[in-house]
Design a binder for this molecule. Structure first.
Ligand code: FES
Length: 218
């Protein structure tokens, strides 16, 4: 993903003022796919991270994911405090946090299902239903909106052939509007899975989509 053949490199850091590589900005752990073991210990489950290939039926948690789950628990005084990173881990693995996943997490952390549902539904970064391989979140808040975010959003809908909030027929893309993504200086900001694309214009959208499509699809 680092050799992106268009002007927007797709990650925060190189906005034209600085000539930094992705590796210099993110560090080794965050170039390409995040290591399944969580990489640096502090990264075991603290950041929502969306894998391209999700497995909605994957068990919570086995193998490397069990190790990361255990690692997360060691960082908090009690299980309840680990809820957010554990939900993030479940979403990384399954792609979304269904009602069943919420109940499973409640069981793992010895919390009531109602408490876990209340927390999960409060945060928009937890997908409550399945999304495509790529979740495209277009910021349409004030700074981006003033700079043409609506046109960018329409371009993503057009090029992915998806309805707003729905997944495209090929399963590749789900396009939604997002509130401020905290990159107001680089409008329009678009988050695709865990990656930020800044200064996006409608003219960039076709190339971004083509770059993301699996090889052989067009
Ligand atoms: S308004 Fe779009 S990132 Fe803040």
């Amino acid at each position: 993903m680092s050799d992106i053949p268009f002007s927007n490199p797709g990650w925060a850091g190189n906005t034209g003022e600085f000539d930094l590589t992705e590796k210099e900005v993110r560090g080794d752990d965050f170039v390409g796919d995040r290591p399944k073991d969580g990489g640096h210990p502090s990264g075991a489950g603290t950041m929502p991270y969306m894998l391209v290939d999700k497995d909605p039926d994957a068990p919570l948690f086995e193998g490397e994911y069990r190790q990361r789950f255990e690692k997360i628990l060691t960082r908090y005084p009690d299980k309840r405090a680990a809820l957010l990173p554990v939900l993030s881990l479940a979403q990384e693995l399954r792609g979304h946090v269904s009602a069943e996943s919420m109940d499973e997490v409640a069981g793992l952390l010895e919390l009531s299902p109602a408490y876990v549902r209340g927390v999960t539904t409060f945060y928009t970064m937890y997908n409550k239903r399945a999304v495509g391989r790529y979740l495209v979140q277009v910021c349409t808040n004030i700074s981006c909106n003033l700079c043409g975010a609506d046109e960018v959003l329409q371009a993503f809908l057009r090029y992915t052939d998806a309805e707003m909030g729905e997944t495209s027929k090929d399963g590749n893309f789900t396009v939604i509007e997002a509130e401020c993504l905290a990159a107001c200086g680089f409008p329009t900001c678009v988050q695709i899975n865990s990656r930020y694309y800044e200064n996006v214009t409608p003219a960039d959208v076709a190339q971004i989509i083509e770059h993301l499509k699996p090889e052989g699809e067009s």
